[in-house]
Design a protein around this ligand. Structure first.
Ligand code: HMG
Ligand code: MG
Length: 300
């Protein structure tokens, strides 16, 4: 018998991970409508945007405007920030949930944040204490937890050690990522089983990119390891501009559909989710390729 939870939490990352890699600038009003549509579909936890350098990621240059108009008191509104400057920008908003991000792989972290992993941790630890003192919800996104585009296979023990540091610093959630979509289901089962064993008081979330179409298989394997929180992106959009070969995230609609067929509740309305995707689709440079979306487009 499969080990399955009754409910799964979906953390929608489409407005952030989904759009950050998009070549065409998506108008700010469209982003706001997209976020509103995703909320209507029942997505209660969402990454709205990121406070990163607009020179590095121009698509996220409207972060302050997005946050000003898109906070929902009944939802978890998460914004990303990689450094002190990003956190100070968050402090000038009313957002109460922050995601910091670091790569297990040093080479990736240098490409993504222009710092070594150690330098990032040195900067972020006091920031996390400070955020917790101010009662923020803090999520740590752990990139390249399985494979790195520059260093190859990452040792499971290195990913666990980095997670441990974040847990000791006081984060509420670890979102552990297969950044380039290369993990095999046995690897995700193994790492998430270890994380479940080690960190019993921290929310554990899995974040799979779908480069090799293994995201659903990895989600099933992670469910077996006891994970019941998944980052997904409407339309399967996404990818990190500094991780060559990273395709979109697991598509929210495919994950919700699979879970629903297995009798697992997510609280997400698939028809409303498609409506939200239709808001952003005309502004994208590429086609939406998720299985559920394509079938829906053909059959109406
Ligand atoms: P840097 O150039 O080393 O920064 O970039 P710096 O500290 O030398 O400062 C240079 C300039 O940038 C200064 O401005 C700073 O004020 C400004 P100037 O004086 O030249 O006018 N600056 C900033 N501006 C706005 N917001 C900030 C900020 N920080 C400095 N936060 C930096 C370092 C971290 C800024 C840059 O590398 C950066 O923005 N990186 C972000 C990359 C990114 O967004 N990657 C994607 C998100 S992570 C991801 O997708 C992975 C994830 O999905 C999980 C997974 O799948 O693996 C989470
Ligand atoms: Mg990602």
């Amino acid at each position: 018998m499969l080990n399955l939870p009754k409910k799964v939490s979906i953390i929608e990352v489409g407005p952030r991970d989904g759009l950050q890699n998009e070549k065409l600038f998506v108008p700010t009003d469209i982003k706001k409508q997209f976020i509103a549509g995703l909320r209507k579909a029942g997505l209660q936890e969402m990454e709205l945007t990121s406070f990163v350098s607009p020179k590095w990621v121009p698509q996220m240059g409207d972060a302050a405007e997005i946050v000003a108009d898109c906070l929902d008191a009944d939802a978890r509104n998460i914004v990303l920030a990689p450094n002190r400057k990003g956190i100070d920008r968050v402090y000038s908003t009313d957002c109460q949930a922050v995601a910091v991000f670091v790569g297990v792989s040093n080479s990736f972290n240098l490409k993504n944040i222009n710092k070594t992993t150690r330098e990032s941790m040195k900067e972020l630890k006091p920031i996390i204490y400070e955020l917790k003192e101010k009662n923020y919800f803090v999520r740590a996104c752990i990139s390249t937890a399985f494979y790195c585009p520059y260093e190859g296979k990452i040792d499971e023990s290195d990913s666990i050690k980095l997670c441990q540091e974040f847990v000791e610093a006081g984060v509420d959630e670890l979102s552990v990522a297969d950044t380039i979509g290369m993990a095999a289901p046995n690897e995700s089962f193994s790492l998430f089983s270890q994380l479940k064993k080690h960190f019993t008081n921290t929310l554990l979330t899995a974040h799979f990119h779908d480069t090799r179409k293994l995201a659903l298989a990895n989600i099933l394997a992670s469910l077996q390891a006891g994970i019941d929180r998944f980052d997904t992106s409407a339309g399967g959009l996404g990818g990190c501009p500094f991780a060559p070969g990273a395709a979109g995230n697991a598509a929210t609609e495919d994950v919700v559909y699979m879970l629903a067929r297995m009798g697992i509740e997510t609280g997400v309305d698939l028809n409303k989710l498609i409506e939200a995707i239709e808001v952003v689709r005309p502004h994208l440079s590429s086609q939406i390729e998720s299985g559920y979306y394509r079938l829906h487009a053909q059959t109406g």
